[in-house]
Design a protein around this ligand. Structure first.
Ligand code: PLP
Length: 413
């Protein structure tokens, strides 16, 4: 086998990887149409996208908005979550999952995830419930749904709302029903790295009409359906999607099913490649999740098997071989300065707030699986899964090459 590319040898892969986002004349025509129509605001395209995406995910209602974070916020508000309430969230996720409860004056409580899915562990969720718990916010991490059967049963037992963070789960179904329509409501992101994108944007899905109407009102200055334009019933924000964004999303949606299937095929192939290589642990897939989105392809680097090579050395060597693999979140969310310093509102609210009767000290939180994932996870972005089949074989070949020459890397330290 040739010299490692990081040591000056030829890389396993010299071809590039697919660009993201993908667009063609569908987006161009759609945006031009909106531009020329003179109707840029909250009209036909937004309505059409809301209906199309809600139907795509099997939900009765869709409330579009400016971001995934905004969707989670209006979802929590619509479920009655506010000051004094606790929301159970995973710590292995993007900060928005925990920021959304704080932004509605509620307190996020971290429960650990499973090592082989990075999704909320139902036993840890149940252990985190207190009399103040109002909701659970499971993330369908990387596109694989959290165990919604188990979480749904816990929520029913304790009378809790489920607001799904479905910001990685466009096109995912769980036992035949779409993500975002599995709990009380669910939020999606259309930020640029996402599998369905308009640069920015979000949507909240719900089956219950009242929940959807409340969410809509919070996104639109507290206005209510069939009421006067200048009558405001709730303290709402301006979180509305534009017609341009909706036009782009409608065009993007025409490709989503095909892309989702292709990513799944590539991920399956990649798993077949990687399960033959030592030194790594694959994540668990779940037959209950079909189809499933792949926002990331993840695997764990098992440091104890690499004779002193670190994950960072492995990743650097892989990148030199032409494989765009990264390390993900460097630390659990609760180790971010905003949590370590209880840094929320200017006066400490909502964590140190007269409305909150609990005691939250994020410096005392420890979720061992999340800590381990932060040290071991390696991931490829969704766009890499749109590459040709041979690219997956290249990933496998690169891992084998780095593994077989690991001693050269270990000597460097
Ligand atoms: C899991 C998760 N939740 C929430 C968000 C927030 O979405 P947005 O960036 O659209 O606000 C993101 C995205 O970046 C995310 O990855």
């Amino acid at each position: 086998m040739s010299k490692l590319a990081i040591k000056g040898g030829p890389p396993v892969r010299t071809e590039g990887w697919p660009d993201w986002p993908i667009c063609d004349e569908r987006e161009e025509t759609a945006v031009l149409e909106v531009l020329r129509s003179g109707k840029w605001w909250y009209g036909e395209k937004v309505k059409a996208f809301e209906e199309a995406f809600a139907a795509f995910q099997d939900a009765a209602f869709g409330v579009s908005c400016t971001s995934g974070t905004a969707a989670l916020k209006i979802g929590l508000l619509a479920c009655g979550v506010g000051a004094g309430d606790e929301v159970i969230v995973p710590p292995y996720t993007f900060v928005a999952t925990a920021a959304a409860p704080l932004l509605v004056n509620a307190v996020p409580v971290f429960a650990d995830v499973d090592l082989d899915t990075a999704n909320l562990n139902p036993t840890a969720v149940e252990a985190a419930i207190t009399p103040r718990t109002k909701a659970i916010m499971p993330v369908h991490f990387a596109g694989l749904p959290a165990d919604m059967d188990a979480l749904g049963a816990i929520a029913r037992r304790h009378n809790l709302a489920i607001v799904e963070d479905a910001c990685h789960a466009w096109g995912t179904k769980w036992q035949g029903k779409g993500a975002g329509a599995l709990g009380d409501c669910g939020g999606f992101s259309f930020q640029m790295s996402k599998n369905l994108t308009a640069g920015e944007g979000g949507i909240l899905l719900a089956d219950d009409e009242e929940t959807a109407e409340r969410a809509r009102s919070y996104s639109n200055f507290g206005r209510m359906v069939d009421k006067a334009f200048y009558d405001h019933y709730l303290l709402g924000d301006n979180l509305r999607m534009t017609e341009m964004q909706a036009a782009i999303l409608l065009a993007q949606l025409t490709r989503l099913e095909e892309q989702t299937a292709r990513r799944h095929e590539r991920a399956t192939l990649l798993s077949r490649e990687l399960e033959q290589t030592p030194g790594l642990a694959l994540m668990r897939d779940d037959e209950r999740a079909r189809p499933r989105a792949w926002h990331l392809y993840m695997f764990r680097f098992l440091p104890e098997q690499w004779d002193g090579v670190t994950r960072e050395q492995f990743l650097e060597a892989m990148r030199a071989e032409g494989i765009p693999v990264g390390s993900g979140y460097p630390a659990p969310l609760y180790k971010n300065p905003m949590f370590l310093h209880q840094a929320t509102g200017p006066d400490g609210c909502p964590v140190s707030c007269p409305y909150y009767s609990g005691e939250m000290d994020y410096t005392a939180v420890c979720c061992p699986n999340t800590e381990r994932l932060c040290e071991e996870i390696c991931w490829l972005a969704q766009s890499a899964l749109l590459a040709e089949e041979e690219a997956m074989e290249d990933v496998g070949r690169a891992v084998v090459k780095v593994w077989e020459r690991r001693e050269e890397l270990a000597r460097e330290k």
